[in-house]
Design a protein around this ligand. Sequence first.
Ligand SMILES: C[S@@+](CC[C@H](N)C(=O)[O-])C[C@H]1O[C@@H](n2cnc3c(N)ncnc32)[C@H](O)[C@@H]1O
Length: 224
Amino acid sequence: MSDADLNMCSRIMKVITELEKQSVLERSGVAEVSHEDSMLAITSDTGKFFSILLSAMNAKKILEVGTSVGYSTLWFVYSFYHDKEDPSMSKVKITTIENNPLKIKRATANFKNAGVSGLIEIIEGNAIEILNQLSNYVNENPDDQSQYFDFIFLDADKENLHEYFDLAISIVKKGGLIVTDNVLYPEEYRPTMSKYIEHIRKKNFVQSVTVPIGHGEEVSMKIR
Ligand SMILES: C[S@@+](CC[C@H](N)C(=O)[O-])C[C@H]1O[C@@H](n2cnc3c(N)ncnc32)[C@H](O)[C@@H]1O
């Protein structure tokens, strides 16, 4: 790893660590924050797991549904700095979708502090509409390989998860991953998440497993 990459890693990690402190205070109830303003972030173990997975996959194009203040996004971007093949970062990109303007403001500031704004596009709006737009483009331009994602993270509302997954599968590469947060925790989500997992596992073009890390991650690979 070059000195420049090492510097970037420590700059990103500094912001991740600050956000982690806030997240722990929120989860423990020490900091009283409304649900609307809460980070609702993945755990640090999950962040490390994603970063290792993305580095091993050499993932370059990532889509996130549910940015919040950008904690998980920063773990994704961190993985790019382990990639020695493309130190110029010319081919890597994260697209992240969020509908809450105040959270977008906080995420934008966090990306700026970490020095990674140029690698991340935040799309403001409703996830279902944006996923439909991305899917329509791919359907109309199936040969444009640049539009397919290596990795898609589903971490917004749980009501529309089935639809999110079905749209995500049309825009993820063969061999690419769709990962869904909260399949094990909080426990009140379990009935919804069990139905969701059933929905995924009926599909013969997907291989899927629940990884018991953090809030529980469903890791689904598009096999054809
Ligand atoms: C669990 S949080 C995301 C946490 C983030 N991925 C992390 O780990 O740091 C979910 C986010 O999705 C956003 N969201 C919920 N429903 C949405 C929708 N329909 N479209 C876009 N964003 C949505 C919420 O505002 C919230 O910030």
